[in-house]
Design a binder for this molecule. Structure first.
Ligand code: SF4
Ligand code: SF4
Length: 371
């Protein structure tokens, strides 16, 4: 059942191209889980999350300092090398500085598709945040209508919210099942499902996921698989499926995460009750905050400690991309909060490629042994 998810990740660009050629749908690339992908879907286009290039970065070095994160440099590399030529447009949300500068460099150097910025509010817990966010999403809706030459209806937005709610609900259920019974699915398989859900045709994903949930429900309580030390993975995005295998081989198991390619993406759904755009605004305000946004001085630390306690985890592994300022700035206070709660943690800073496996195994084994 998982083959389709793994296949999509082998070559996401080939998947996107095929979807466009065979499905006749426009494909809109986007960065970061703060992009309101529901609006892209409601426009009849396919939202396609862009990640790093995954191999050598050369062309992007002419535009970015080497102290930009590998996600941003890798994405530009892919664009300059023509790997994203099939895209009809690209959307840049206003989040970290690196993504904003990527937007500028992309606008000036990459041709062939439209370019949209979505300037979301930074402070999400003020009285005016909801009205601000609603206006921004409304503007994005209008911009997209113009760029794609289509109209985005209220019913289309409602259907989009339902589709993405169903996807998020299934992903959350899969995480819960793994957390209750960690051996029933490998971390790498679960990673593939979540990440592919941001790349694949969402109508297909929403049909596939309930089957995966049902299969894992059947395996509950069978005692299948080995359990290890329960760990939470925290950081920005995870682009490294091998991390899960190395952790498992070192005697640990990831039972939850605080990643934007993980629980921050699916933990909140869109509630109804207002206009579809206002409801979506509510979702993007309520979702677990990432360090490029602000929602109270201690929101992230409180949530992380709560996750560790609720999931009965023994420790936290911070996984950061090198030169990721927002996550590095948050780290000291998160670490302090964990220390005060008596929760051990370790940090792993990675580039597009992981350090050598031997080095990684030793670090994880030492941590698992220590806890
Ligand atoms: S960590 Fe935050 S800013 Fe960075 S990609 Fe994820 S959601 Fe976007
Ligand atoms: S939040 Fe960090 S990892 Fe994500 S794009 Fe920004 S600098 Fe890079």
């Amino acid at each position: 059942m998982l083959t389709e998810f793994h296949d999509a990740l082998k070559d996401p660009a080939a998947y996107g191209k095929r979807l466009k050629e065979e499905g006749g749908r426009k494909v809109v690339g986007y960065f970061c889980s703060y992009t309101p992908e529901e609006i892209i879907y409601a426009a009849g286009a396919h939202p396609f999350r862009l990640f790093g290039a995954g191999d050598g970065i050369h062309l992007a070095d002419a535009h970015f300092q080497s102290y930009c994160c590998s996600l941003v440099r890798g994405a530009l590399e892919g664009a300059l090398a023509g790997r994203f030529d099939f895209l009809d447009g690209v959307v840049f949300p206003h989040t970290c500085d690196s993504i904003q500068r990527l937007s500028d460099v992309w606008r000036m150097n990459v041709r062939g598709h439209f370019h949209l910025d979505v300037v979301l509010p930074v402070k999400l817990n003020t009285d005016s945040a909801k009205a601000y966010m609603t206006d921004v999403l409304e503007k994005f809706r209008n911009d997209l209508e113009r760029k794609l030459g289509t109209s985005i209806t209220e019913d289309g937005l409602k259907k989009a919210a339902r589709t993405f709610n169903d996807i998020r609900g299934s992903l959350k259920r899969l995480y819960e099942l793994k957390s209750e019974n960690p051996g029933i699915v490998s971390g790498a398989d679960l990673y593939a499902v979540v990440k592919a859900s941001m790349i694949m045709d969402r109508d297909r994903v929403v049909r596939l996921l309930p089957g995966v949930v049902r299969e894992l429900e059947k395996r509950r309580g069978t005692g299948e698989g080995e359990e290890g030390k329960r760990l939470v993975l925290a950081g920005g995005i995870c682009n490294h499926p091998d991390v899960y295998r190395v952790i498992e081989e070192a005697g640990g198991v990831v039972v939850w995460d605080d990643l934007c390619t993980g629980s921050r993406y699916f933990e909140e759904v869109t509630e109804g009750g207002g206009s579809p755009v206002a409801d979506l605004a509510g979702h993007y305000l309520a979702r677990p905050v990432c360090p490029a946004k602000h929602s109270g001085l201690y929101a992230r630390a409180e949530r992380l400690v709560e996750i560790v306690k609720e999931k009965r985890a023994a420790g936290v592994v911070f996984l950061f991309l090198k030169f990721c300022d927002p996550h590095s700035f948050d780290y000291p206070y998160l670490k302090k909060a964990l220390d005060e709660a008596g929760i051990p943690s370790m940090v792993l800073e990675v580039e597009d490629r992981l350090p050598s496996e031997g080095q990684l195994t030793t670090r994880f084994e030492t941590f698992v042994h220590m806890i």
